[in-house]
Write a protein that binds this ligand. Structure first.
Ligand code: C2O
Ligand code: CU
Ligand code: CU
Length: 486
C-alpha cells in the first residue's frame, strides 16, 4: 500500500496516521457546503509620498491572534496585522522606500521575492533585522508587470517564520494592462495558497524542519482563510495565484473541469493567453490566470494529486459563487505585453547545480561566508539544475529566467514565460536561460535555493555575487557575515 492509499483509508476509517512529515491526521476537506467564510483579500498598503516623490511603504512584523478555524483564536504572525501582510503595489519607474520594523521576539529579514534590485536591498539572510530594529531599503522599480511577493529569509529559520504567517503580495504594474481585469479585490484578486496542520485548538502545529519536506498540511488556506467562498460579480476574474506554502505543490483545476487562461508567470506576462485545464505551482511560484463565470453558478477551485510526494491528495481550496447578474468584462486580449524573450548567446556560460539529498547543492551546504558563484553584470547564462532524488524546486534571486527544457522536453506553453522559480521533478534536469541584472556588489551576495523551505533552511542554498565584467577573478570568495565570519 502506498502512502496515498494509506491516507485514503486512514481518512475513511478515521485512523490517525503518523506516517512521517505532514501525515494527514484527518479528512479536512469540508465539502462544497462547508465553504462558509468569505475570502479575505489583503488590503492594499497605502504609500506616503516623500518630498522627492519616493513612495514610502511601512511594514511591521508582529505577532497577533487570528481565527484560522472560526471561533478558535490562535497565535499567528503577520505584517501590519495578525496574519499575512498587505499587498504592496508599485509601478515601473516608481522610486520606493520601505521601512520594515521587527516587533517579533527574534531576528528576521524581509526578502522581495522576484524583485530586481541591488543585493543590499534584497532582504536575504545578510540583511538581518534585530528585534526592535528597523531596516529601510530603497530602489527604483524597473521591471515588467508581474506578481511578486515578500517574506522573511533569515538563514535556518525561514520555514517557521513563513509558516506562522509572514508573507504578502507585491504587484508590479507596467503601463497598459492590455485589457486584463484590473480592479483590485473585485476582478483582480490575489490568492495566497498555503497548507497547514492544525491542532485541536486550531493552532498551526507541525515541525517545519521534520521529515523529508517539512510541513505538508491537510488544511488549505487561501489568503489565510480556511474553507473560503468568494462572491464573483464580473464575467471574468483575474486571479494572481501565489503558492506561499512551505512544501506543497498545487495542481490547480476546477471542480467542473472548466478551461481557463494563464496570462502570466512569476516574472511577467505571457505573449498571449494560454488555455489550460490545470496549472501546477511549486512553492514560491506564481501564475496569473483569467477565469470566466456564468451568472448564478458555483464552482470549486481544487488541487489534485500530481504523482509526487509534495502534491499528494485532493483538496478543495475555494468556492466561487457567481452573482445572478454579472457585470460585463473586457474580452480576453489576443496579445499581452510580454517582456522580450530571454535568449542565451551561443557561447553562454553554463553552470551546473546538483541538488543533493535535502541539504546541499553541488555537495556543499549553505555557508553565509562563502561566495559560490561570481556572475558578470548583465550576463545571460545557462543554468542546469540536476535533481538526483526526490522533488525540489529552484529559485534565483534578482533574475528572470525562461525554462529551456526539462529532461530535454520544452515546458508547457503556460509556463514558458519569464520566471524566477521552477519545479525540478525527481531525477530530472532542468535547463534555464537566466538573465542577470546590472547592480554590482562584490561583497553582498544574492541567493539561489530550493524553495521547499525545509530544504532551504537545511542548507540547500548557495550565494552568488554580480560584479563588473572582467573583475570576476579579483572577487573575494569569503565574506564577513552578520555574526562574523564562520
Ligand atoms: Cu522566496 Cu530566496 O526566496
Ligand atoms: Cu527570492
Ligand atoms: Cu528541495
Amino acid at each position: 500500500m502506498n502512502r496515498r492509499q494509506f491516507l485514503t483509508i486512514a481518512a475513511l476509517t478515521g485512523l490517525t496516521s503518523a506516517c512521517g512529515s505532514g501525515g494527514a491526521r484527518r479528512a479536512a476537506t469540508p465539502g462544497p457546503t462547508g465553504f462558509r467564510t468569505e475570502l479575505r483579500v489583503p488590503p492594499l498598503l497605502e504609500a506616503e509620498a516623500d518630498r522627492d516623490g519616493t513612495r514610502h511603504f511601512a511594514l511591521t512584523m508582529q505577532r497577533g491572534r487570528s481565527e484560522i478555524l472560526p471561533g478558535k483564536p490562535v497565535e499567528t504572525w503577520g505584517f501590519n496585522g495578525p496574519h499575512l501582510g498587505p499587498t504592496i503595489r508599485a509601478a515601473r519607474g516608481d522610486k520606493v522606500r520601505m521601512t520594515v520594523t521587527n516587533r517579533l521576539a527574534e531576528a528576521s529579514t524581509v526578502h522581495w521575492h522576484g524583485m530586481r534590485l541591488p543585493a543590499k536591498m534584497d532582504g536575504g539572510p545578510h540583511q538581518l533585522i534585530e528585534p526592535g530594529g528597523t531596516w529601510s531599503p530603497h530602489w527604483t522599480i524597473d521591471q515588467p508587470a508581474a506578481t511578486s511577493w515578500y517574506h522573511p529569509h533569515p538563514h535556518g529559520v525561514t520555514a517557521g517564520h513563513v509558516y506562522r504567517g509572514l508573507a504578502g503580495m507585491f504587484i508590479i504594474d507596467d503601463g497598459d494592462t492590455s485589457g486584463l481585469p484590473s480592479e483590485y479585490g473585485v476582478d483582480d484578486v490575489p490568492l495566497v495558497l498555503q497548507d497547514k496542520e492544525l491542532a485541536e485548538d486550531g493552532s498551526p502545529t507541525g515541525d517545519t524542519l521534520s521529515g523529508t519536506f517539512g510541513i505538508l498540511g491537510d488544511r488549505m488556506l487561501v489568503n489565510g482563510t480556511y474553507a473560503p467562498f468568494m462572491n464573483v460579480r464580473t464575467e471574468r476574474v483575474r486571479f494572481r495565484v501565489l503558492n506561499g506554502s512551505n512544501a506543497r505543490r498545487y495542481n490547480l483545476t476546477f471542480g467542473d473541469g472548466r478551461r481557463f487562461h494563464v496570462v502570466g508567470n512569476d516574472a511577467g506576462l505571457l505573449a498571449a493567453p494560454v488555455e489550460v485545464e490545470q496549472v501546477s505551482l511549486s512553492p514560491g511560484e506564481r501564475a496569473e490566470v483569467v477565469v470566466g463565470f456564468a451568472a448564478g453558478e458555483e464552482v470549486l477551485l481544487r488541487t489534485v494529486p500530481g504523482g509526487d510526494d509534495i502534491d499528494e491528495g485532493d483538496f478543495d481550496l475555494l468556492k466561487l459563487v457567481a452573482a445572478e447578474k454579472l457585470a460585463p468584462s473586457p474580452g480576453l486580449p489576443a496579445r499581452l505585453a510580454a517582456p522580450e524573450p530571454i535568449v542565451a548567446p551561443a557561447n553562454a556560460r553554463v553552470r551546473r547545480f546538483r541538488l543533493n539529498g535535502h541539504d546541499a547543492i553541488n555537495g556543499k551546504e549553505m555557508d553565509m561566508s562563502r561566495i559560490d558563484e561570481v556572475v558578470p553584470a548583465g550576463a545571460t547564462e545557462i543554468w542546469e539544475i540536476e535533481n538526483t532524488v526526490y522533488a525540489h524546486n529552484f529559485h534565483i534571486h534578482e533574475v528572470a529566467f525562461q525554462v529551456l527544457d526539462v529532461d530535454g522536453e520544452q515546458p508547457p506553453a503556460y509556463a514558458s514565460g519569464h520566471k524566477d522559480t521552477v519545479y525540478v521533478p525527481p531525477k530530472s534536469t532542468v535547463r534555464l536561460a537566466v538573465r542577470f541584472g546590472g547592480f554590482t556588489d562584490p561583497v553582498t551576495p544574492y541567493m539561489y535555493h530550493c524553495h521547499i523551505l525545509r530544504h532551504e533552511d537545511s542548507g540547500m542554498m548557495g550565494q552568488f555575487v554580480i560584479v563588473e565584467p572582467g573583475t570576476e577573478g579579483q572577487v573575494p570568495r569569503t565574506i564577513a557575515t552578520p555574526h562574523g565570519p564562520h
